[in-house]
Design a protein around this ligand. Structure first.
Ligand code: KIV
Ligand code: ZN
Length: 520
């Protein structure tokens, strides 16, 4: 059997649709380019029928990506398939991904259709998609809770109709590895034409088993895995790409398969996604978490000093984490900065370098030495999209043990500069109240954290906030040597994200009204 696993990345579709992970078109294109650098085989760019914004993002990605296949998702309906095809047809390697639920639970409560109707819809959808595109993936949504006899029947039928890939998702993260693996084994044993399609696994992490289930599927014949960078996705997320890829690499002798992913690009992809979405990975996250390669316990450190093989099954360098001992300061120029980023694994374009240099000099003015961790944090802040409604211009805060904290904030919005002051329980509270007065936008701060990026009393502080606007949580992050300024910028970032989403939603509502009017 073929030992090459096709890596299907759905960060921009299943990942992006989860709360706190939304990206604008520019950000999605940036991420898609990085996914191509990572050398994934398929990039699922979005769900074109969901909105004109989603459609546009998929269309732009299809026109940008050279090597990876670009897939667009569509329900098993001709209208959806047409819209998806329109979005991806300019891709070098387009793929239509169509799906319908197959479990009795979904049939009875969601679709209100019989098995026969679902089978018919699935076959018609695949036939129609194949009339447009040579590469068609069909997914049996909620496969892991579907009747195995019905799954075999539908698998046989959609492959006969022309499906090139058959995906069996664990949509609700319910399966356990032996059971999920057995489903693949049974499908291979009972479906006569199964060799005409690639079998694919798509796992959600509700019980924390998405990666284990994906590996069980591979051991039982799956040759495509669907996953996301940092494991982002609906609810508890999807299977994490970096974990699957490294498991396959580190345990190659056991699994006997390989991927084409360039593992050196893993860390960079993870950082880019965190900065674009504001969604940080937990410290102890496998492969890309801050602690993933640090050895704290004395006994472990002793072992590592004697021989790294005692406690290290893979090196940080193997996933693109690089450290350098040189330190940059305020006399370092653009050239040195670009070189250092390159050493750290980040090849910057001229525009990126300018943004990073602006952040670097702002910090270098206040601090003698700038460490690698700080450089990466600066870069992360500089990569966000340009759709910012409010920028911080000036901030003045007075506080003390016997005075009521007061903040005066000046913001730029379009051509206008606006200033106002407020008092609060503390300096951050006062500042957030001033921003609220200025913008008229009320947010509820649900999370606030502050950490130092490196060491020393003059270190750069990283502020992370979660703020609720319109009932939805948005993340914001900023780095600064001044934690109050960082707090203001992080809050404004979350607010700007909310305003972007509000704009997109209003656009979507207008489209829905126009669509409804057109069909009356
Ligand atoms: O989880 C799921 O079932 C999906 C399908 C649409 C592939 O995301
Ligand atoms: Zn999914």
């Amino acid at each position: 059997m073929n030992d090459r696993i096709i890596v299907f990345d759905t960060t921009l579709r299943d990942g992006e649709q989860s709360p706190g992970c939304s990206m604008n078109v520019e950000e999605k294109i940036r991420m898609a380019r990085q996914l191509e650098r990572l050398n994934v085989d398929v990039i699922e760019a979005g769900f074109p029928v969901a909105s004109s914004g989603d459609f546009e993002a998929v269309r732009m990605i299809a026109g940008t990506i050279e090597r990876s296949s670009v897939a667009g998702l569509s329900r098993a309906m001709a209208g959806d398939i047409d819209r998806t095809w329109e979005a991806i047809r300019s891709a070098k390697k387009p793929r239509i991904h169509t799906f319908i639920a197959t479990s009795d639970i979904h049939l009875a409560h969601k679709l209100r259709k019989t098995r026969d109707q679902v089978l018919k819809d699935a076959v018609l959808a695949v036939e129609y998609a194949r009339s447009l595109c040579v590469d068609v993936e069909f997914s049996c949504e909620d496969a892991s809770r579907s009747d195995i006899g019905f799954l075999c029947e539908i698998a046989q039928a959609v492959i006969a109709a022309g499906a090139t890939v058959l995906n069996l998702p664990d949509t609700v993260g319910y399966a356990i590895p032996a059971e999920y693996g057995a489903m693949f084994r049974t499908i291979r044993e009972r479906v006569g034409n199964i060799r005409e399609a690639v079998l694919s696994a798509h796992c959600h992490n509700d019980l924390g088993m998405a990666v284990a289930n994906s590996l069980a599927a591979i051991e039982n014949g799956a040759r495509q895995v669907e996953c996301t960078v940092n494991g982002i996705g609906e609810r508890a997320g999807n299977a994490a790409l970096e974990e699957i890829v490294l498991a396959i690499k580190v345990r190659a002798e056991r699994l006997g398969v390989m991927t084409g992913v360039d593992a050196q690009e893993i860390y960079r992809s993870s950082r880019l996604l965190s900065s674009l979405t504001g969604m940080q990975v937990q410290r102890n996250k496998a492969i890309v978490g801050e602690n993933a390669f640090s050895h704290e316990a004395g006994i472990h450190q002793d072992g590592m000093l004697k021989s790294a093989i005692t406690y290290e099954i893979m090196t940080p360098q193997s996933v693109g984490i690089k450290h350098s001992t040189l330190v940059l300061g305020k006399h370092s120029g653009r050239h040195a900065l670009r070189q250092r980023y390159a050493e750290l694994g980040f090849e910057l374009s001229d525009v990126e370098l300018e943004r990073a240099y602006a952040g670097f000099t702002a910090i270098a003015d206040k601090k003698k030495e700038i460490f690698d961790e700080e450089l990466i944090a600066i870069l992360d802040e500089g990569v966000r999209g340009s759709e910012q409604d409010y920028h911080l211009v000036e901030l003045h805060v007075s506080t003390g043990t016997s005075v009521r904290p007061t903040a005066t904030v000046e913001l730029q919005t379009g051509e206008e500069r606006i200033v106002d002051s407020a008092t609060g329980d503390g300096p951050v509270d006062a500042m957030y109240r001033a921003i609220e007065r200025l913008t008229g936008i009320v947010g509820k701060l649900t999370e606030y954290s502050l950490k130092s990026v490196s060491i020393g009393h003059d270190t750069v502080g990283e502020v992370f906030v979660r703020v609720e606007f319109d009932g939805v949580q948005y993340n914001g992050r900023a780095v600064s040597t001044d934690v109050i300024t960082g707090s203001a910028r992080a809050y404004l970032e979350a607010m700007n994200r909310a305003l972007n989403v509000r704009r997109r939603r209003e656009g979507r509502e207008k489209e829905t009204i126009a669509f409804a009017a057109s069909v009356v």
